[in-house]
Write a protein that binds this ligand. Structure first.
Ligand code: FAD
Length: 415
């Protein structure tokens, strides 16, 4: 990365937020030859191997689809992630703790090598950042934030809190669900409190995880045990338990011993006893969807555009597709000498991404309603639905195809 100590700087694109989505977008644009400024408040994370030999897993993980894996491979981040710590899962088991509904998925049935990988967010971020070190086209501005966003003729201007000014024909907000840039651009957002807080921590179970991602609905509330293999030890799992906020507060306040017992009981002891290895953290869940993804010389990607219930583990996968599609449209325009910040060019990105994101947000809301309901007809429907899908091979294959990210026209970087 170049050092960025000049007072004002002009770029082709400025990306605000170096999360997984903003960093991927910056790498795609920079690798094509565009000059990118990347602004981030936090320091870049280190790989587990750089943090020390026996570093425990960090609590925030994501289930990455094979399509996201292809994008990360295209960006040359995947080999470093794989060498450090990723856990493939070849099986998924979802069941209803209150009924007989039960569904099993396997990579074999889907005709794919794996259904996905569970990866600590910091591992993905660290590997992406390694690709940007000494990158001739990407300049990272660390430890700063944006104080003002202004509009000029075919340009956006950003004032940073350390006094520096940046300008570019395109500014992209990749600054997460509570995006400051989205607010500065006055883009409205539809918000829906999901009435859930996700309790997240790392556990070690008595039995090995068997490369299976498990999710049980306990009183209609999803509890996921996501497999993690740490230095060959396949007894670790990352847990995400999405419950009512008062219950989440109670769970986070339990001793590790008591939380382990509660988790083991909720999982019906299928992995034996559960030892909690880390503090439990709570993340309130609010689904958000921006009314527009683009304005002239401005675009939203990832959680800044949409944030979604984690029950099907799709959030960052959707965001990575946003980054890949936006990069494809912008690079195409730049290569043919068109104005890449033009709203008509940017609208192509919105058209290609909005339907997929909207469908996934609606599906998560539907799942939450279906599984959260105590209505006998809905309880019967979900049990029959799950068992029915489990018996119908073509329908099951279609569900798996969707879940692995193979939806619609994929950008070239993900094929
Ligand atoms: C409990 C939980 C479990 C989840 N599990 C999964 C899963 O299994 N699979 C999946 O696909 N998704 C999952 N998600 C969703 C996933 O974590 C998000 O979709 C993803 O992190 C969004 O990435 P992003 O880069 O868009 O935003 P973020 O990860 O929020 O990154 C935004 C970045 O912008 C920076 N920033 C913010 N404001 C500013 C500013 N003003 N100036 C400069 N920088 C700024 C932040 O420091 C941060 O680095 C889960 C979410 C939760 C809460």
């Amino acid at each position: 990365m170049q050092s960025a100590n000049q007072q004002t700087a002009a770029f082709d694109v400025v990306v605000v937020g170096a999360g997984m989505v903003g960093t991927s977008l910056s790498a795609l644009l920079g690798n094509a030859g565009m000059r990118v400024g990347l602004i981030e408040t936090r320091p870049a994370p280190l790989m587990p191997s750089e943090r020390g030999a026996d570093t425990p897993p960090t609590p925030r993980v994501s289930a990455l689809t094979p399509v996201s894996q292809r994008l990360l491979t295209h960006l040359q981040a995947w080999p470093g992630m794989q060498a450090d710590r990723v856990t493939p899962y070849s099986f998924m088991h979802v069941w209803d703790g209150e009924g007989s509904g039960d569904i099993h998925f396997s990579a074999d049935e889907a005709g794919v090598a794996v259904l996905g990988h569970i990866v600590e967010n910091d591992v993905t971020l660290a590997a992406l950042n390694q690709q940007l070190v000494n990158h001739p086209k990407v300049t990272r501005f660390n430890g700063v934030t944006v104080e003002a966003l202004q509009t000029g003729a075919r340009q956006r201007y950003l004032a940073l809190n350390d006094g520096r000014q940046l300008q570019a024909p395109l500014v992209v907000a990749a600054d997460g669900a509570r995006s400051l840039l989205r607010e500065m651009a006055e883009i409205e957002v539809r918000e829906e409190d999901m009435g859930h807080t996700s309790v997240v921590t790392t556990v070690r179970c008595e039995k090995p995880h068997g490369n299976t991602a498990r999710q049980v609905f306990v009183d209609g509330q999803p509890l996921a045990f996501l497999p993690l293999t740490v230095k060959g030890d396949d007894h670790y799992c990352s847990i995400v338990w999405s419950v009512e906020p008062s219950r989440a507060e109670q769970l986070c306040g339990l001793s590790r011993d008591a939380l382990g017992k509660a988790l083991a009981a909720a999982l019906e002891h299928r992995l034996g006893q559960v030892e909690v290895c880390d503090q439990a953290h709570g993340f309130p869940l609010i689904q958000r969807h921006a009314r527009h993804y683009v304005l002239a010389n401005f675009a939203l990607v990832g959680d800044a555009a949409h944030s979604i219930h984690p029950l099907a583990g799709q959030g960052v996968n959707l965001g990575l597709m946003d980054a890949a599609v936006l990069a494809e449209e912008v690079i195409n325009a730049w290569q043919r000498g068109a104005a890449w910040g033009d709203e008509r060019i940017l609208s192509r990105y919105e058209r290609r991404r909005r339907a997929d994101n909207t469908a996934m947000l609606a599906l998560m809301k539907g799942f939450k309603t279906l599984f959260g309901s105590r209505h006998p007809a809905l309880m019967l429907a979900r049990n029959m639905g799950m068992s029915g899908v489990n018996r119908l091979a073509p329908l099951k294959r279609a569900v798996m195809h969707q879940a692995t990210g193979e939806r619609g026209r994929l950008p070239a970087s993900c094929r």
